[in-house]
Every structure is written in structure tokens, then in C-alpha cells.
Design a protein around this ligand. Structure first.
Ligand code: ADP
Ligand code: MG
Length: 347
């Protein structure tokens, strides 16, 4: 498999996902002037004129990213589209088209794939996105879905991860941690059912958490809201791997530090009560749980009045000039370094 059979072997998990991508791509050569932004943001940005094309792709694997014992196929189809649209909105763009590629084992009957596509079509119709192609092939085991989303934005409107400046406010949409807790609830139910297939479902208390896990919505509405409010974020990213990991991305690419205030992190009441019940720390869950698909962005201090009263936004901190110093200011006033503990799919 390896051309040089004597070469040493480095385990992928010792690198982690982000270092692996860096390692594999740092010698990438850009050959075309119309490649405005290549690797390193939520989307690539392409095109010569004033109008830019945005492109992003994601791969979902059964057993790694989803478990069909509690993920209905219709929801899976919907979520697979959302994951991609979220990256288009994270560039402040409008999603226009998707392609869908499938690898599927013969364990799946036609009816299963019809359900998957019911979810894909529902997402496309709700978000006004056109399904324009893809590829279908067989797999020896399980289901793989790869979706590519294509979007558009005016050059002046595109928001990158690297534009944050010292003193900019750090803002997050919605609330955090619910999708991760939803996954914990579903995993727990699965284990109960493995022991006792006749056990009663006990999900009523957790409807919001389960919905956030099974039917996330990408924040198309936020892109419109920012435009209506005449707010141009200086940097933006979507929250797929957890708040801490995404803050670190913004800081690294913008060469800033950041202070985040624990008491400002938005949590739904169900997250708070479930954390109490499960004996988990809600701040840790909000920082490190994944799959929220909210947007995280920075704005200039002058824009404070435009966003301060909006229920969609929480101002959770500010950027600093201390490059690389990213800290959580706890409720007790202590400063704790934030480290990424997002998903490491390579473990
Ligand atoms: P996101 O979480 O927004 O989907 P990722 O962390 O997956 O972004 O990827 C970060 C950047 O690395 C993106 O620009 C993505 O296109 C790029 N990337 C990821 N995997 C590869 C790969 N195998 N080869 C080239 N580029 C990659
Ligand atoms: Mg992203």
C-alpha cells in the first residue's frame, strides 16, 4: 500500500484532524486567479467578478457520524443537507445548489433510500436549494453520504474566519450544547432498549435536545437578519465541532486572543436541567459539545447597539491583542485557558 515499505508509520490520532489537514495540504499550489480562497475556511471562494461562488463538502459515515438505530433516515437526509448549508451561511452567503453522493450496501431496500431522499427534498424545498447531481455506488458495509453545497455572495459580503480585530465583540446565535446532550439521551435510550426491547420511551423531557440532534436547522435566517440590521461581521464560522474549537479557529486565523465570559454563554433551560440530572457541567457541554450548527461571529464595537437587544444573538466575549491567549472568564472571575476538545474523529 505504501510505496516505500521501510518508512516509519505515524498514527493519525497523534496528529488530530486539523493538523492532519494542514500536513496533507500545506504544499498545495493554487494555479488559478479565480481561486480567491482555497483550504482553510468554511467554504472555498471562487470567481473573477463581483459575485463569488462558495463551495463546501462534507462526508457522513454510518457508525461514525450517525447511528441508524435512532436516526430516522428522513432526518438523516435533512441533517446531511443542513451540515453543508451551515458552512455556506458561515461565509454570509446564500446556498443555491447541492450534489448528493451515496455509497450504500445491499442491506438497504429501496424504501430506505426513498426515506433518505424525502429528508433531502424537504431540506431543499425549505431552504430553496436545488439538487443538481451526485453519484451512486455500492459499499461493502453501511451507508456513506457525501454532500457538496454551492452558494453565492457578493465579494464585499463574504465573511472569512480571519478578519477579527482586537476589541471586536464575539457573538453567538441561538443556544449551545443541546445537540450533544440530545445524542447522550438517544445513546442512553439505545442501551436501555438493548437490555429490554419492551421498555417505555422516556424522551418527553428531552424534546428540545432530541430535536436539536435529529433535526438541526442551518441559520439562513441569521444571514438575512445581519443584512437587515446592516451588520457586517468581521469574521464568522459555524459551530460544528464545539464553541471552544471554533473560537480557537477564529483567533488563530485572525491573529488575536479572546476572552469569553462563562455567564454569557447561552443555554436552553432543558440543557441546564439535563446537565443537573446527568451530573454534567453545562459550560463544558456548551464549549465542547458538537453539532449545534449555530453561527459564531465578531463585530466592531460600533455595531453593539444594532445587536444588543436581539434575542437571536448573545455577546459572549471580545477579541484581544494577546495572540493565542484564549480564555474563559468563569462566574467566579477566574481565567481559564480554553483548549479545543471538539470531535476527534480519528481517535
Ligand atoms: P468545516 O468544519 O467547516 O466543515 P473542516 O474542519 O472540515 O471545515 O475543514 C477545514 C478546511 O480544510 C476546509 O477548508 C476544508 O475544505 C479543508 N479540508 C478538509 N479536509 C481536506 C482534505 N482531505 N483535503 C483538502 N482539504 C481539506
Ligand atoms: Mg464550518
Amino acid at each position: 500500500m505504501l510505496e516505500d515499505k521501510n518508512q516509519s508509520r505515524t498514527s493519525l490520532s497523534s496528529l488530530g484532524e486539523f493538523k492532519l489537514i494542514d500536513h496533507l495540504t500545506n504544499e498545495t499550489v493554487i494555479h488559478h486567479e479565480n481561486t480567491v480562497k482555497g483550504i482553510g475556511d468554511d467554504c472555498a471562494v471562487l470567481g473573477e467578478g463581483e459575485k463569488k461562488t462558495l463551495i463546501t463538502t462534507d462526508l457522513l459515515i454510518e457508525g461514525v457520524h450517525f447511528d441508524l438505530s435512532y436516526m430516522p433516515l428522513k432526518h438523516l437526509g435533512y441533517k446531511a443537507v443542513m451540515v453543508n448549508l451551515s458552512d455556506i451561511y458561515a461565509m454570509n452567503g446564500e446556498a443555491k445548489q447541492i450534489t448528493v453522493s451515496l455509497a450504500v450496501s445491499n442491506r438497504f431496500p429501496l424504501e430506505a433510500l426513498e426515506e433518505l431522499y424525502a429528508g433531502i427534498h424537504l431540506a431543499c424545498n425549505t431552504y430553496k436549494v436545488d439538487l443538481v447531481g451526485g453519484d451512486t455506488t455500492s459499499s461493502t458495509k453501511g451507508l456513506l453520504i457525501s454532500i457538496t453545497a454551492i452558494g453565492e455572495a457578493k465579494e464585499a459580503d463574504v465573511v472569512y474566519r480571519n478578519g477579527a480585530k482586537s476589541n471586536d465583540l464575539l457573538v453567538v446565535t441561538g443556544d449551545l450544547g443541546a445537540a450533544y446532550l440530545g445524542l447522550q439521551v438517544l445513546e442512553r435510550e439505545k442501551q436501555v432498549f438493548q437490555v429490554d426491547p419492551n421498555a417505555e420511551h422516556e424522551l418527553d423531557k428531552y424534546t428540545y435536545l432530541v430535536e436539536r440532534q435529529l433535526k438541526p436547522e442551518a441559520r439562513k435566517d441569521v444571514v438575512k437578519l445581519l443584512s437587515d440590521l446592516e451588520v457586517s461581521p468581521s469574521s464568522m464560522i459555524d459551530i460544528s465541532d464545539g464553541l471552544s474549537s471554533e473560537i480557537l479557529h477564529l483567533c488563530k486565523q485572525s491573529n488575536t486572543g479572546c476572552q469569553v465570559y462563562e455567564d454569557k454563554i447561552p443555554l436552553d433551560q432543558e440543557v441546564i436541567s439535563t446537565c443537573e440530572e446527568f451530573n454534567m457541567d453545562s459550560t463544558t457541554i456548551a464549549l465542547n459539545g458538537g453539532e449545534d450548527y449555530e453561527l459564531l461571529f465578531t463585530v466592531k464595537q460600533e455595531d453593539f447597539h444594532k445587536i444588543k437587544a436581539n434575542p437571536n444573538f448573545s455577546i459572549i466575549g471580545h477579541m484581544t491583542e494577546d495572540t493565542g491567549i484564549v480564555q474563559l472568564v468563569t462566574r467566579g472571575g477566574q481565567k481559564v485557558d480554553i483548549e479545543a476538545q471538539g470531535w476527534n474523529a480519528l481517535d
